[in-house]
Design a protein around this ligand. Structure first.
Ligand SMILES: NC(=O)c1ccc[n+]([C@@H]2O[C@H](COP(=O)([O-])OP(=O)(O)OC[C@H]3O[C@@H](n4cnc5c(N)ncnc54)[C@H](OP(=O)(O)O)[C@@H]3O)[C@@H](O)[C@H]2O)c1
Length: 246
């Protein structure tokens, strides 16, 4: 059972099917939710859906357009989220990525640099910002820990030829996440969770859709367990699972 109400989450890169499904689930529990991605129009429409999922629970839903690949903008936006939600974050979910076809013989330096900025530098800045006094550590005495969640896949270990730039960037970003998973519990009282999806996530009804990689199923299988496990942890990080793969 995940705790209801009075908890704060910021989701960076919220347009994807999975992160939207995550936001809708948390809205149904009455969490306060901040949504961040670059398109104001998409954010506004997602915020509407998230509001509807609240079913009168009354949590806050705020959104702001920002480029997570720009460190100054990302930090300022996360500061804004804390201010608008009215408290430090219980969970920070970093999900921003540029999913675009590319081959290793054709990638331009600019493309690779852009992917590294969004995936690896963005994860780095988000994790450092969270560890710098922005995580809600007030409930640790009751066994409830803040979590830094970084969405990923298996491209770091099994790079795909048609996703050359993204595979390279995810290898870097997932290393950043694994290093945070070692450092943050001691340094900042934050646990790190990596929901990893090994297949393609496609909208129901679209070509390539599969039940196995349905967004709601992914949230249930590899996101929700992190929310359940971050509660009732008198022993802190002992027994905490960092990576969950579907
Ligand atoms: N989809 C899959 O099949 C799949 C499979 C395995 C793993 N994953 C992982 O899941 C994560 C999300 O991927 P996805 O496929 O779901 O991608 P997606 O549908 O393209 O969603 C990524 C989101 O990030 C936002 N975004 C992109 N660049 C951004 C930036 N610079 N600043 C802020 N927001 C930005 C995009 O919105 P804007 O364009 O409006 O900014 C979009 O909402 C990635 O870590 C990916 O590796 C996905």
């Amino acid at each position: 059972m995940t705790v209801s109400g009075n908890r704060n989450i910021a989701i960076v890169g919220v347009g994807s099917l999975m992160s939207k499904s995550l936001a809708i689930w948390l809205a149904s529990l009455g969490w306060n939710i901040a949504l961040v991605s670059r398109s104001e129009k998409n954010l506004s429409s997602i915020a509407n859906e998230v509001h509807q999922a609240q079913q009168g629970k009354g949590g806050k839903v705020v959104y702001r357009a920002a480029d997570a690949g720009e460190p100054t903008q990302l930090k300022a936006t996360l500061d804004w989220c804390v201010q608008k939600l009215g408290g430090k974050l219980d969970v920070l979910s970093y999900n921003a990525a540029r999913v675009s076809l590319s081959t290793i013989t054709d990638i331009t330096p600019d493309e690779l640099e852009q992917d590294l900025k969004i995936s690896a530098v963005g994860t780095l800045i988000a994790g450092q910002w969270f560890a710098d006094g922005n995580a809600n550590v007030d409930r640790i005495a009751e066994g409830e820990w803040p979590v830094f969640l970084v969405t990923g896949g298996i491209l770091d270990k099994q790079p795909e030829e048609a996703l050359a730039s993204l595979s390279s960037a995810k290898a870097a970003s997932q290393t950043v996440s694994r290093l945070f998973a070692k450092a943050l519990p001691e340094k900042a009282n934050i646990l790190v969770g990596m929901p990893l999806i090994s297949g393609r996530v496609v909208s129901r009804g679209d070509e390539g859709y599969s039940e196995e990689f349905d967004a709601d199923r992914i949230v249930a299988a590899v996101f929700k367990p992190f929310f359940e496990d971050r509660e009732k942890r008198p022993e802190g990080k002992e027994g905490w699972i960092v990576e969950r793969v579907l």
